[in-house]
Design a protein around this ligand. Structure first.
Ligand SMILES: *[C@@H]1O[C@H](CO)[C@@H](O)[C@H](O)[C@H]1NC(C)=O
Ligand SMILES: *[C@@H]1O[C@H](CO)[C@@H](O)[C@H](O)[C@H]1NC(C)=O
Ligand SMILES: *[C@@H]1O[C@H](CO)[C@@H](O)[C@H](O)[C@H]1NC(C)=O
Ligand SMILES: *[C@@H]1O[C@H](CO)[C@@H](O)[C@H](O)[C@H]1NC(C)=O
Ligand SMILES: *[C@@H]1O[C@H](CO)[C@@H](O)[C@H](O)[C@H]1NC(C)=O
Ligand SMILES: *[C@@H]1O[C@H](CO)[C@@H](O)[C@H](O)[C@H]1NC(C)=O
Ligand SMILES: *[C@@H]1O[C@H](CO)[C@@H](O)[C@H](O)[C@H]1NC(C)=O
Ligand SMILES: *[C@@H]1O[C@H](CO)[C@@H](O)[C@H](O)[C@H]1NC(C)=O
Ligand SMILES: *[C@@H]1O[C@H](CO)[C@@H](O)[C@H](O)[C@H]1NC(C)=O
Ligand SMILES: *[C@@H]1O[C@H](CO)[C@@H](O)[C@H](O)[C@H]1NC(C)=O
Length: 716
């Protein structure tokens, strides 16, 4: 009896397994390139993408015809989504060794396409023709076109849209697309759908504005034809001639690759205008068809940003090379990263992406954009050292082409210098100064700066050779103790002409009597929700006849005035947060307090950053005398006559922290629901910095982004 139970259980498990794996295919693609080994055999590098309901990590391609040789492969997930059916796209990198360059076919076929296709989930089939004959024009075996698509793209029924299946041929051949043919094993269902048209010479699939709602499977074949008559030489068979495409009865193409995906025609949208319900891409998203340069061993970063008036952006889905990753920044940008290896040198890699937005229970997808990444030789050799609060960079001059002498500086800050000797260019700068930008993603904290060339006023130099070298320190965020930025900040010193030198200190106190200062050794300071924070900004040495004015204060999760998200406490001298009390006015120091803010709960820690102005005491013409202006009163002129002593200084930045909220059960209640959505996004991830990941460099040659059309007619 127990045996029967076990077998019944096994049977139901099998049934479950088969229903889970049937009706699961979302399309696939393949591309290849090859090289001759010294022993006369050929090494073929093949990349293939497949998408199913769940992530498939097995290479199920078999040899369809010819001699396909031996293989090895690695596979990994590219991206996945749960909007509009749940899919996972994987890419496999297969290496085959074949003894000669005769043609062969790789195939894969099974059941079924995703269940809800208009023609209800029939069989699927993928086929690639690989012909390694030596071309008379390039003296190399042919390389296939490269192309990719998202596994499923979605369009509202009433909205016309074009999907350009961006193809790029590394041999500059003519690329064409057509529907697969059943008798040639190029497809499984082999349907050509009404309501759509395919431009075979541009590989553009156009949707009009009316067809039945549902999911359509598109099973295309992409082919490349030479631009002039060429011969293909083989080691083991007679040579063949290939001609440019003329009509359907032309000579065969050089190669044939599959490009299959699903397209869902969804319920009509209230509007087809991009940026209303349908997400619209905005700067800095690259344009469709753009060629982006990448360098071996340097991280390529593609930033994608989308907006929509009514929908909120929920994701950016993408299809790209194995090991590419996607991160979201706290400013709502999606960053696709990929670091090419030396094996990728000289190759082209397509990346496609689409933004998804949500309005109510409805999801809307943007157009699909694709770019081509061209991997160039190694970039500048540099050493980037990331410490707790500085970044040091040293670059070998010999590896940077077009560098002009000593005319280098850090971006946006002429006062932070870059030095050079005969062999190196080097600089060290602070992570919270010199215009260093800070950026946060789910897993990392990034500090970035750019070394740029600037014009030598004494020399006419060509702008062509201008360079930008982006340097970056990337730190892993971890939930354990922080070790970075956790130290008490020292006094801030500044000098103003006509006014003198000052040193001001920002301190926290135990209570309203401002007697017991919180010890610098106890930072970060812990607070309970609702506990009052007492703060004082005071001169280190009393300066006679001056008063200090608290112009503004904000709380930020990092001690960096460039951080894009902040919580305002005081603005224009006016309290913005209702728990703020300012105890002093027209005094040499300023004492104020506020309740341990609800918003600390969003972060692991916060800093309070203020700007202060020092004025001559009791002078009614100063900014200090005006107090809170609520943005309406025009500040008195700070203009100073040459021989007159200044009556006030400019604004000076002073900060202290970090402060932490004691973790308690009431934390979730403590998170104010009225805050900016960006802040809510940060909740849940604990922002603490421990382990340094790496220092790295992104190299951009200015004006290097070339329009696809231009590249096509030129040599790359
Ligand atoms: C192809 O073979 C022919 C005859 O064997 C030879 O003359 C020609 O140079 C070869 N072409 C290439 C590109 O190897
Ligand atoms: C395909 O697109 C090209 C370029 O836009 C155009 O010249 C051509 O006429 C189109 N072909 C068809 C069949 O529509
Ligand atoms: C949609 O189709 C209808 C008729 O089928 C046509 O009148 C209308 O112009 C089309 N709209 C767009 C935006 O193409
Ligand atoms: C290319 O080959 C085709 C067919 O083999 C032939 O008709 C045509 O004349 C050739 N063109 C040239 C430019 O040689
Ligand atoms: C293709 O072009 C050739 C040469 O002009 C012609 O003889 C043939 O009929 C055409 N075939 C088709 C299918 O159009
Ligand atoms: C992907 O990354 C893994 C681990 O970092 C590495 O072993 C592998 O070679 C990479 N694959 C490709 C194709 O870059
Ligand atoms: C140039 O500076 C680099 C970095 O400081 C140093 O390692 C190198 O030895 C210097 N070279 C010369 C020739 O002084
Ligand atoms: C330039 O960097 C210095 C040192 O970090 C800083 O004091 C100054 O405010 C910065 N200037 C600008 C314009 O960012
Ligand atoms: C400012 O000057 C004081 C001495 O007057 C010194 O102790 C302090 O470290 C200085 N602060 C900075 C940031 O240099
Ligand atoms: C600032 O102005 C706003 C309206 O413009 C008003 O509601 C607020 O009370 C004012 N605050 C102060 C401190 O005057």
């Amino acid at each position: 009896m127990s045996i029967m139970c076990a077998s019944a259980l096994l049977l139901s498990l099998l049934l479950l397994a088969s229903t889970a794996t049937a009706s699961h295919f979302y399309g696939g693609s393949m591309s290849f390139s090859s090289r001759k080994n010294p022993d006369g055999s050929y090494k073929v590098d093949i990349r293939f993408k497949e998408a199913y309901h769940s992530c498939n990590l097995y290479d199920n391609w078999y040899c369809g015809s010819g001699n396909c040789g031996s293989k090895s492969y690695v596979m990994g997930k590219v991206d996945s989504s749960s909007n509009g059916g749940s899919w996972c796209q994987t890419e496999g990198v297969m290496k085959r060794t074949v003894l000669n360059n005769s043609p062969f076919q790789l195939r894969q076929s099974s059941c079924c396409w995703i269940f809800n296709t208009v023609t209800t989930g029939g069989n699927w089939g993928l086929l690639t023709n690989i012909d390694l004959g030596v071309r008379s024009d390039t003296s190399q075996p042919n390389r296939s076109p490269v192309a990719t698509t998202l596994p499923i793209v979605r369009v509202p029924q009433n909205c016309p849209r074009n999907y350009n299946l961006l193809s790029c041929d590394p041999d500059h051949d003519q690329v064409r697309c057509r529907y697969g043919v059943f008798s040639a094993n190029e497809c499984g269902m082999c349907s050509q759908h009404a309501g759509f048209s395919l431009n075979q010479s541009t590989c553009t699939l156009s949707y009009g504005n009316s067809t039945t709602r549902g999911v359509y499977a598109f099973e295309f074949v992409m082919e490349d034809y030479p631009n002039q008559n060429i011969t293909l030489n083989y080691t083991a068979m007679a040579a063949a001639v290939r001609t440019p495409f003329f009509n359907a009865s032309s000579n065969p193409p050089l190669s044939k690759i599959p490009l299959q995906f699903a397209l869902e025609v969804e319920a009509p949208a209230p509007s087809c205008i991009e940026g209303e319900y349908l997400p619209r891409f905005i700067h800095p998203t690259p344009h469709h068809g753009e060629h982006l340069q990448a360098r071996v061993n340097q991280e390529l970063e593609i930033r994608v940003k989308a907006t929509a008036t009514y929908s909120s952006i929920t994701d950016v889905v993408f299809s790209g090379p194995l090991n590419s990753t996607k991160e979201t920044t706290t400013t709502g940008e999606y960053v696709i990263n990929w670091t090419p290896t030396s094996e990728n040198f000289g190759q082209h890699f397509p990346i496609c992406f689409a933004a998804e937005g949500q309005y109510g229970s409805r999801n809307y997808q943007s157009e699909m954009r694709c770019v081509i990444v061209v991997v160039e030789a190694e970039g500048p050799r540099a050493h980037v050292t990331c410490s707790r609060d500085t970044m040091s960079v040293s670059i070998e001059r010999a590896t940077i082409a077009g560098i002009h002498g000593d005319h280098l500086r850090l971006n946006n800050n002429a006062s932070c210098l870059v030095y050079s000797n005969s062999t190196h260019v080097f600089t060290t700068f602070s992570l919270n100064g010199c215009g260093t930008q800070i950026e946060e993603t789910e897993e990392h904290l990034l500090f970035k700066n750019t070394i740029v060339t600037f014009d030598n006023p004494n020399l006419i130099i060509t702008r062509k050779n201008e360079i930008e070298i982006e340097v970056m320190c990337k730190y892993q965020k971890k939930s354990s103790v922080t070790t970075m930025f956790d130290a008490h900040r020292p006094a801030v010193n500044f000098t103003e002409r006509g006014f003198g030198s000052f040193s001001y200190q920002f301190e926290f106190y135990q209570s309203i009597n401002f007697i017991n200062m919180r010890s610098p050794n106890t930072y970060p300071l812990d607070y309970d929700v609702g506990q009052t924070i007492y703060m004082e900004i005071a001169p280190v040495n009393v300066v006679q006849n001056t008063e200090v004015f608290l112009e503004s204060c904000v709380a930020t999760p990092y001690d960096n005035p460039n951080y894009p998200i902040s919580y305002p406490i005081i603005t224009n001298g006016c309290a913005v947060d209702e728990t703020v009390n300012i105890y002093t006015s027209h005094d040499p120091s300023v004492k104020f307090s506020m309740e341990a803010f609800k918003f600390i709960g969003q972060y692991d820690q916060v800093f309070i950053s203020c700007s202060i102005i020092i004025c001559q005491a009791n002078n009614p013409n100063t900014r200090c005398a005006q107090g809170c202006t609520n943005g309406t009163v025009v500040a008195p002129s700070s203009h100073v006559h040459k021989r007159e002593a200044a009556i006030q200084t400019g604004s000076h930045f002073i900060s202290q922290g970090p402060l932490r909220l004691k973790r308690s059960a009431s934390l979730t209640e403590a998170i104010s629901p009225s805050l900016n959505l960006n802040l809510v996004f940060v909740a849940g991830c604990v922002v603490a910095v421990v382990a340094m990941v790496c220092g790295m460099m992104v190299y951009k040659s200015r004006g290097s982004k070339i329009n696809y059309k231009l590249v096509k007619s030129d040599e790359i």
